[in-house]
Design a protein around this ligand. Sequence first.
Ligand code: ATP
Length: 567
Amino acid sequence: MSRHQDLPVILHNNRRGLITIEDGVFEVLQLSSDGRPPKKLLSSAVRNVLRVKLAQSAQAQEPGNQRLDIHVLIAKGRHLRLSKLHVLVEPINSDEARVWVESTMASAYGDAKPHRRILLLVNPVGGKGKARSTVKTVVLPILEAAGCKVEMIETTHSRHAEEITKTMELKYDVIAMVSGDGLIHEAFNGLAARSDARAALQIPIAAIPAGSANSLFLNLYGVKDTFNVELACLTAIKGQPLPIDLISVLFLPSMKLRWAFFSISIGLFVDLDIGTESLRWMGDTRFLLGFIKGAIINRAHKVRLRVKIEEDDKISMARKVRERLAEVTEKVQLGGGKDPLGRSRSKVNKHARDKPRDSASNGRADSNVNSPEATLEQERAGLENEVAHFNLTSNGTQTPKEMPKIKPLEPDNTWRTIESTGASPTKPPAVPTPTKTNDWVDGDGVLYASIGNLPYMDRDLMMWPTALPGSGLADMVIQNNSSRATLLSSINGAEKGDHYFIDSQHFYKISAVTCENLDRKNQPIFTLDGEAYPYDTFHAQIHPHLGKILSLDNHFYITDFLKRHHG
Ligand SMILES: Nc1ncnc2c1ncn2[C@@H]1O[C@H](COP(=O)(O)OP(=O)(O)OP(=O)(O)O)[C@@H](O)[C@H]1O
């Protein structure tokens, strides 16, 4: 089938126009009567088309022109701007217009259902406290322009989002959160605590960044788009569900169960996050200040960890992930143009554009990714499917049919014990040579330990550079106590994951861990997804594909760290 669809229209200035869709690009052209080439009035990736709709008209009685409404997001720099256009369709073209509207919506939405029913939860106090105005000026106008049915609730207190998701009717296509990671954490906990948790967790969560770190959104679209609210809205409107691993955290002896969707931290990173709450006005810069303060205090943490390590050679971990990614990318032959907004075109598309048009056919684009006629979106979809299954583990990534039964873990002697008694750092500064071994030295103190299943913690820190979302394993980093100079120097390049190769940072791929707090008085809290919890003994386990989030690309952001070839 051809990808090409034209519709003759009359423009707002009464000039003749043509709306074309070709190779994933939607354009409005003004035609000239003197043989000059058409003038391009609007151009956008077809994925950014929110809605095309013929206005109701009593055409039988009133044989006039019919109005066609076009709502589209237009790329402006990194951002998308909502544009609403009205043109007229002459009666002679009205049958064609009806077919065109249908096929344009099909091209614009692919497998996604248009006019989604969205539960919109808004945290007015997250991040710099701008969620309310963002909703009014950006989020609602875009969602409404796409014809979504939105039910909005502003959270009034901590855990409000959890209460809502725990008791709501399962009637929504999407739960969208205008917040940081805190509300997302609450939503997963609310859904997972229900008696129908398995069904509830099928409703995908969409992040609309209005918090401080916005880690989930950052990990989907990268540093430059961390605060791209319009891109987030587009994701809520037509993103596809992407499975995400959840981590069960069972507290002992209370047997209370919580869930994390991306991180568990003990030690310095707790002080960094929770200790800087009063600096929310700074946005995510507060985390950097918190780290510097923590490095200067340099207090060793008292803890006993028992870790089920699946891989312990960090050099090999990095090599494997990179090689696997290179293999996947090569196979799909992306050919450039990796922009999530479709803001650039690939050479492969140029080839397709040069082919003669087939205006007789109006259907959806060909689905053959390897065909030279494949559109940019299709090429991306090809990569997406591969990367979505980009997985190096033997754990398997089957979506579970039932909720796992969470019981206390029983570590055996294959698990690694890491015990830190809190001795103050006595080591000389680490020699900056590439490490050959990642082995934990018994007797070393722990400054912090963080478990994560997505690479970025915040924009300044790619904490777990080799994390593979959806792989059924999490990455654990443990920093042993080192000199202040070593700690402070680890900030350099941390946004690119450069710290990964520092000797004093130990990285493991793990499937489970138990953690015993050896100093509850002085270490009262730890964090799950950046949210503070009383720091009791806990047992944590990774569960593949238990939750769902929305993503336009059907995979998480592929960082430069992963793209770098291993020498
Ligand atoms: N109306 C409210 N008043 C006080 N706290 C609230 C309210 N609504 C939600 N909260 C709490 O605000 C906290 C922070 O939320 P959120 O994650 O949205 O922002 P953030 O912490 O700045 O961002 P990030 O988690 O990305 O760093 C959460 O613990 C949430 O429970």
